[in-house]
Write a protein of this length. Structure first.
Lengths: 122, 422
């Protein structure tokens, strides 16, 4: 049972949740595609197992950050056990807020010369 | 054709799903196995047996960690402790508004007791109706029902029920269903309650705890009615005919109005349970929309010192309870936020009413058996307060018990997408 009144926009996100939201930002994906996208985003640093992935998905569904997509590829093209997810408006708002927070942190780190990013190094 | 290693890995991982809580495995087991199978295929393709071995090492670590997490969350959910985020302060302060409005209203009625306050009450009613506009606008804009709209929604429903309840008096004036016309609206409410209760029992498992608290709630409500029947009979010198006709005796509360009120309260409780199923446990605040109009008040024939004290304990219900409930960080905290203010308010009322009793007996030498003696109304307000508390406890258990059975959760996992819809 979800508490659909709750706003979670003022809490920092865990890395898993943040990267899952980023993965879904450009369209619906099923679980394995989300996992591969997160791995690609983080250059292999975050490798989620199925337990972590679906534990995060469960909590994100409860917080209405994502929702299960109603439409999915035809069964002859895809395995029926694949469940597709998409980001909600609230999820998009949350990931934008978190991205801005991280961007501010990066900017401060650069100003303090803690982080020096050479061109093309990322 | 699937490699035998991948097939065996898939089968073994499927058997490992049993270590997760049953509900979690039913909901996500299939998808987790699918993801793991995809990983096995990729690992086998890229690095062969070694890749698959490393994948198993990572997956077993993930399994151990997440199994513990899911079991802890499942246990917490069973005893009412799922993760809860407090409502942001902006929304929390908006939740206070109905309570503040009623607190000011009660303060004015206490201080200016001789002043007709009907128009003030009317003004508050219209204010509550107008609050529908920002609530609906916010709902449309954000696609989520705002938490600060829950109490006004309860208040609006209460005023609608009150209007419907007044309808039966218009029928009585036309001598339709006379002399039992007062039975009409309570009967309709009772039928609706029974139908909703039956629907609830069909959809969800009704625990013994729910049955127990339902019984206690009905008993305490009947105590209120019985007490006022006794009070009315004393006032009318045992005039049962007048009582059965539902004739209003001047200066008293009609016991049959109490019956009506009891029906409205029970209806509110069961509606709250259904709303909580869809919108979550903060829906318990819907019930506050009913109790704000009742609050816990007593006889005002006290002295000036009681005026400020009666406002003080109402603060518990109007401000402390809703603010605490929406800012709670755990389900246990929410439970406490509802129960503790009500318990304190009831205790305060008992103390104040006892003080009035003592004052009347020692200083004004009023006989306790006199029907004009405040002890009889005092008893009613004590019963009403207890009934309110029991009603809240019942509502909490109904909201907590509103979980689908295991068979339902499996069916939902296979068939019904968990799309959020309002």
């Amino acid at each position: 049972m979800t508490d659909k009144f709750i706003n979670t926009t003022d809490q920092p996100l865990t890395p898993a949740v943040f990267h899952i939201l980023l993965a879904l930002a450009d369209g619906e994906k099923h679980g394995y595609a989300i996992m591969k996208d997160v791995e690609a985003q983080t250059s292999g640093q975050i490798k989620m197992g199925p337990g972590t992935l679906y534990g995060s998905i469960k909590r994100m569904l409860a917080a209405s950050l994502i929702e299960e997509a109603e439409e999915r590829p035809a069964s002859e093209l895809d395995d029926e056990r694949r469940r597709y997810y998409r980001i909600t408006a609230q999820g998009r708002s949350v990931v934008v807020t978190e991205s801005k927070r991280l961007a501010r942190a990066v900017k401060i780190a650069q100003e303090k010369k803690v982080l020096i990013i050479a061109e093309g190094s990322l | 054709m699937e490699s035998r290693l991948v097939r065996n890995s898939q089968q073994f991982y499927t058997s490992l799903m049993k270590v997760y809580p049953k509900e979690h495995a039913a909901e996500y087991g299939g998808a987790m196995v699918q993801v793991f199978t995809d990983q096995c295929r990729e690992a086998r393709q890229k690095r062969g047996f070694l890749g698959l071995s490393f994948l198993w090492l990572r997956t077993l670590g993930d399994l151990v960690k997440t199994t513990v997490q899911e079991h802890i969350q499942a246990r917490n959910a069973k005893i009412g402790l799922p993760e809860v985020s407090p409502v942001p302060w902006k929304e929390a302060l908006l939740v206070l508004i109905p309570g503040l409005v009623f607190l000011i209203y009660y303060a004015i009625t206490i201080i200016w007791i001789e002043t007709p306050f009907y128009y003030l009450y009317l003004g508050i009613t219209w204010l509550i109706y107008l609050s529908t506009i920002p609530i609906l606008w916010t709902w449309w804009r954000t696609k989520r029902y705002p938490v600060w709209g829950v109490i006004p929604a309860g208040l609006i429903l209460f005023f609608i029920f009150q209007y419907l309840s007044g309808f039966q008096y218009r029928l009585k004036n036309f001598y339709l269903f006379h002399p039992g016309s007062w039975l009409l609206i309570p009967s309709i409410f009772l039928i609706v309650i029974v139908l909703l209760a039956w629907k609830y029992a069909q959809l969800w498992r009704v625990s013994r705890t729910v049955l127990l608290w339902s019984g206690i709630c009905i008993f305490t409500s009947l105590l209120q009615v019985g007490w006022m029947v006794y009070y009315d009979l004393m006032r009318s010198s045992g005039n049962w005919y007048s009582l059965c006709r539902g004739t209003m005796l001047s200066g008293t509360l009609e016991p049959w109005a109490i019956v009506q009120d009891m029906m409205i309260f029970l209806l509110f409780i069961i509606i709250t349970a259904f709303i909580a199923r869809k919108y979550g446990k903060l829906s318990i605040l819907f019930l506050l929309g009913y109790t704000l109009t009742k609050n816990i008040y007593g006889v005002f024939q006290g002295q000036g010192v009681y005026y400020s004290l009666t406002i003080a304990y109402r603060l518990l219900m109007t401000i402390v309870l809703p603010l605490w409930a929406v800012r709670a960080t755990s389900e246990r905290g929410r439970y406490q936020s509802i129960i503790l203010p009500i318990v304190f308010a009831i205790t305060a009322q008992v103390i104040f009413q006892s003080g009035l009793l003592a004052f009347g007996w020692f200083f004004e030498k009023m006989p306790m058996t006199s029907p004009t003696y405040p002890s009889l109304l005092t008893g009613y307000y004590i019963f009403e307060g207890i009934s309110l508390m029991v009603g809240f406890v019942l509502a909490i258990h109904l909201c907590n018990a509103g979980q689908p059975s295991m068979a339902d959760s499996i069916n939902q996992a296979e068939v019904t997408p968990s799309t959020v819809k309002i």
